[in-house]
Design a protein around this ligand. Structure first.
Ligand SMILES: [Fe+2]
Ligand SMILES: [Fe+2]
Length: 156
């Protein structure tokens, strides 16, 4: 059984992951509307990844006999001012998530919950990659490259 503090934080995180999934789907819609299908597909893949993260936490709660909770997901925008805005917002979102997992790891250590601490490490490592992806995409967009040409350079 997980500590109450860690259980609460993980339940909240499920909401953040689903919310991120929805945000990325909104970005996919934004790019699709401009016929930038490669960008739309990239954000759809990101959306699917975030859903997997939510499920990973969901299953962990079930496996540890902790109550699962499915928070309300806020509406996500489908319109943005520019491609740059989408990748900058994405990086901001990923940075918040990274901080949330570090805070949870601190809770786990404080409570002496080493199993929970171990579980969180996967996410902390994953976040390094997520942040790096969007930092590269910000640089790509800022390079002034044509967005259609940039599609060939998007992570698969
Ligand atoms: Fe995530
Ligand atoms: Fe992410």
């Amino acid at each position: 059984m997980l500590s109450t503090a860690l259980t609460n934080a993980l339940q909240t995180q499920i909401g953040y992951e689903f919310s991120a999934s929805q945000t990325y789907l909104g970005m996919a819609a934004y790019f699709h509307a401009q016929n930038l299908d490669g960008w739309a597909k990239f954000f759809e893949r990101q959306s699917a990844e975030e859903r997997e993260h939510a499920l990973k936490i969901f299953h962990y709660l079930l496996e540890t006999g902790s109550p699962a909770k499915l928070p309300i997901i806020p509406e996500a925008p489908v319109e943005y001012r520019s491609a740059l805005e989408t990748v900058e917002k994405s990086l901001e979102q990923e940075q918040k998530v990274s901080q949330a997992f570090k805070d949870m790891a601190a809770i786990a250590l404080k409570e002496g919950d080493y199993t929970g601490f171990g579980f969180l490490q996967w996410f902390i490592e994953e976040q390094v990659e997520e942040e790096a992806t969007f930092e590269r995409l910000i640089a790509l967009v800022k390079s002034g490259i044509n967005l259609f040409q940039a599609e060939a350079l998007l992570p698969q």
